[in-house]
Design a binder for this molecule. Structure first.
Ligand code: AMP
Length: 225
């Protein structure tokens, strides 16, 4: 029997958190519960890089070094996807990452509004340790975390080869974590001031984090308008 979505299909959810906080895993689950698209700017940008066009080669420089892609460029990528989406809802993974991106997103959505922003809270030490151990499937892109039990070189989902992400190298991880403090923490404070933020503990097992995230979106859906 098909599962009934716990919340209306137009939910508009942002998921933030340090690199290594588990955004990809949790967004996949939330998008399934809410029956809305999971839009990951990291995945979209990596797909553009893989096409090896002039734009892709330009983006590769940012991604390989862990720098943020310029705001206008990444907003355009997201705008294209939102325009294609008939459900009118989304779980946004890794976007926005700056206050400027968030302001442009709000303008893009108007008069509709965001429902909730979830900050997946992990300490810098836990984030770094996870990223240093992370492998991703070269075919389907699925990350394999330390808790998954996959120790051989093949993806348990599609059989593709597992590899370390180029930007999961130690000095690049430091840069990505520093950018989070510098540019994304002010955004988290900005969302909090708007009453949109829920911070959840994301250091435990993925199933426990998923239960906390699902409870947060269900509370929002149940709240009177
Ligand atoms: P992620 O897969 O979310 O870890 O993102 C991988 C990389 O893509 C980041 O290190 C940035 O180079 C780029 N990226 C992803 N999302 C954004 C964003 N919202 N703004 C700027 N750059 C981004």
């Amino acid at each position: 029997m098909a599962a009934t979505p716990a919340t209306p299909a137009r939910a508009r959810i942002l998921v933030l958190g340090r690199p290594g906080s588990g955004k990809g895993t949790q967004c996949t689950r939330l998008a399934t519960i809410l029956a809305v698209p999971h839009i990951s700017t990291g995945d979209l940008l990596r797909a553009t890089v893989a096409r090896d066009t002039p734009l892709g080669r330009m983006l590769k420089g940012y991604l390989d070094t862990g720098e943020l892609v310029p705001d206008d460029l990444v907003v355009d990528v997201v705008a294209d996807h939102l325009a294609d989406d008939p459900t009118n809802g989304f779980v946004l993974d890794g976007f926005p990452r700056t206050v400027a991106q968030a302001e442009q997103l709000v303008e893009l959505l108007a008069p509709d509004e965001l429902d909730l922003a979830i900050d997946l809270a992990v300490s810098p030490g836990v984030a770094r340790a996870r990223l240093l151990r992370r492998l991703v499937c070269g075919d389907c892109g699925r990350p394999t975390g330390p808790q998954s039990g996959e120790t051989d070189a093949q993806c348990g989902e599609c059989g593709g080869l597992l590899a370390t992400r180029l930007d999961d190298e130690a000095s690049t991880i430091s840069r990505r974590l520093a950018l989070h403090e510098e540019l994304t923490e002010p955004l988290i404070a900005w969302l909090d001031a708007k009453g949109l933020l829920v911070r959840i503990d994301a250091e435990g097992p993925a199933d426990e984090v998923a239960a906390r995230a699902a409870a947060a979106v269900t509370r929002v859906a149940a709240a009177p308008a």
